[in-house]
Design a protein around this ligand. Structure first.
Ligand code: CO8
Length: 261
C-alpha cells in the first residue's frame, strides 16, 4: 500500500486487479480538502492507466466515508475567487473515470461525501452508513451533483426532503430507495466491495467500460437517443476480440480468456 498525506492506495484481489483508494483523514472525518481530492484524482489517473486494474473501490473509515467538503477551508473564500478559480471543479474527475468504481460507505456520507459516493457506479453501504446533504445548515447548497444525482437516484420528493431539511437517510432507507445496492455489516462492506470488483475485473475491461458508458448515457439522453447509442455500442463490441472469444468459449463449453482487446 502507498500512504499519501490523505489517501491510501493499494491493489487488491487475488489477481491484484482491483484499484483501492481509502480516504484517510480520520481526524477530520475525511473532510474533502483540496489536497485530499488531488490525491484521489492522482490515484484515479494511475489506476486508469494501469492495464491490470479492471475495477476500483473507493472507501473511507468506519466512522466516516466523508463528512463533506472541508468547511474550514471554504469558510473565508469569496465569490470572485470561487467563481474565477472554478472552485472544486476538479471533483468531477471521479465521474469521468472510465473504469467502474464501487463506493464502500461506512458511517457518514454527508454533503460532498454523499456526492462523491453518487459519482461512483455502485454504492455498497455498511449498516451504520448515513447519507445526507446538510449544506442548507451552512447557508449553501450542494455543489458537486447533490441536487441532480440524488434526484435521479431516489426521486424528487425524497431528494427535496433531504436537501431542504438536512435530515439524514439510514443505510436501510438508502437501499430501499435505490441509492445503495446492498447493505452489509460494517466490517464486511469493504471486502464485499472488493469481491464484486474482482468479479467485474474478471471480465473484459473494454466490455465493462462500454457497459458503463451505455448505462451512463441513460442519464443524459432521451429513450430513443439512448437506445440508438446503446445499439451503436453493442455493434461496436463486434469489433473486439473479446466479444468473439466470449461467444466462442460459450459454444465450446469452456471459460473465456479475455485480452481486453
Ligand atoms: N469540514 C471540516 N472539518 C470537519 C468536517 C467538514 N465537513 N466534518 C467534520 N470535521 C471535523 C470537525 O471540525 C472536528 O474537528 P476538530 O476535532 O478539529 O474540532 C472533527 O472533524 C470531528 O468532527 P466532530 O467533532 O464534529 O464529530 P461528531 O462525531 O461530533 O459529528 C458530524 C460528526 C455530524 C459528521 C459533524 O462533524 C458534522 O456535522 N460535520 C459537517 C457535515 C457537513 O455539514 N457536511 C457538508 C459540508 S459542505 C459540502 O460538502 C458542500 C459540498 C460542495 C461541493 C462543491 C464541489 C464543486
Amino acid at each position: 500500500a502507498t500512504e499519501g498525506q490523505y489517501v491510501i492506495t493499494d491493489k487488491k484481489g487475488e489477481k491484484q486487479n482491483v484499484g483501492f483508494i481509502q480516504l484517510n483523514r480520520r481526524k477530520a472525518l475525511n473532510a474533502l480538502c483540496d489536497g485530499l481530492m488531488k490525491e484521489v484524482s492522482d490515484a484515479l489517473d494511475a489506476f486508469e492507466k494501469d492495464k491490470d486494474v479492471g475495477c476500483i473501490v473507493l472507501t473511507g473509515g468506519d466512522k466516516a466515508f466523508a463528512a463533506g467538503a472541508d468547511i474550514k477551508e471554504m469558510k473565508d473564500r469569496e465569490f470572485a475567487e470561487v467563481y474565477s478559480g472554478s472552485f472544486l471543479s476538479n471533483w468531477d474527475r471521479l465521474a469521468r473515470c472510465k473504469k467502474p468504481v464501487i463506493a464502500a460507505v461506512n458511517g457518514y456520507a454527508l454533503g460532498g461525501g454523499c456526492e462523491i459516493a453518487m459519482m461512483c457506479d455502485i454504492i455498497y453501504a455498511g449498516e451504520n452508513a448515513q447519507f445526507g446533504q446538510p449544506e442548507i445548515t451552512l447557508g449553501t447548497i450542494p455543489g458537486a451533483g447533490g441536487t441532480q444525482r440524488l434526484c435521479k437516484a431516489i426521486g424528487k420528493s425524497k431528494a427535496m426532503e433531504l436537501i431542504l431539511t438536512a435530515d439524514r437517510m439510514t443505510a436501510q432507507e438508502a437501499e430501499k430507495s435505490g441509492l445503495v445496492s446492498k447493505v452489509f455489516p460494517i466490517d464486511q462492506t469493504v471486502n464485499e466491495a472488493i469481491k464484486t470488483a474482482e468479479k467485474i475485473a474478471g471480465f473484459s475491461k473494454i466490455t465493462s467500460a462500454m457497459c458503463k458508458e451505455a448505462v451512463n448515457a441513460a442519464y443524459e439522453l432521451s429513450l430513443q437517443e439512448g437506445l440508438h447509442f446503446e445499439k451503436r455500442i453493442f455493434h461496436a463490441t463486434f469489433a473486439t476480440a473479446d466479444r468473439k472469444e466470449g461467444m466462442t468459449a460459450f459454444s465450446e463449453k469452456r471459460k473465456p480468456t479475455f485480452t481486453d482487446n
